[in-house]
Design a protein around this ligand. Structure first.
Ligand code: HEC
Length: 130
């Protein structure tokens, strides 16, 4: 088998496996979120702090992901990375939630629709308050 074909097959396997989800969430976390969430910078809910994360996890995956994506107080929109997709962001949120007692999965297409709807609702709400 030539190398490029092998890469293609590996990539396809990774794209659908749960390991890939864990890796992509972990990578995004390390690259974008850890700067604040690793050491509770600006009072960010600390990585692995179950007491801090329990009420957030209780909000539900759709609500929490959408609100964090739009930005909450000192939490910048998209974690401060304007290039971060909602899929990438969601996986990073799920990764953090799972490391603090949650059991969230990479959102499926249906959940992504719900998250996007909540993002629009949140934005509309924020604009009304201004
Ligand atoms: C510049 C620092 C910073 C970065 C970078 C950052 N966060 Fe945050 N994050 C915060 C702070 C501060 C809060 C607490 C906001 C509050 O409740 O006042 C927060 C809160 C959150 C919350 C809880 C939101 C809520 O509704 O209470 C989630 C989820 C979250 N961050 C996810 C992420 C993810 C995922 C990334 C990376 C893609 C990220 N954050 C990157 C600072 C940051």
């Amino acid at each position: 088998m030539n190398l490029s074909l092998r890469c293609l097959i590996l990539f396809a396997a990774c794209a659908v496996s749960p390991i890939a989800f864990a890796e992509s969430g972990e990578n995004t976390y390390k690259q974008v979120c850890a700067a604040c969430h690793n050491a509770a910078v600006l009072n960010a809910p600390k990585f692995g702090d179950k007491a801090k994360w329990a009420p957030l996890i209780a909000e539900g995956q759709v609500t929490l992901t959408a609100h964090a994506y739009v930005g909450v107080r000192a939490m910048p929109p998209k974690g401060g990375n304007p290039n971060l997709s909602i899929e990438g962001f969601s996986d990073a949120v799920a990764y953090m939630a799972n490391k603090a007692g949650g059991n969230w999965k990479s959102p499926d297409a249906k959940m992504l629709v719900a998250i996007n709807k909540e993002i629009e609702a949140r934005k509309a709400g924020l604009n009304q308050k201004k």
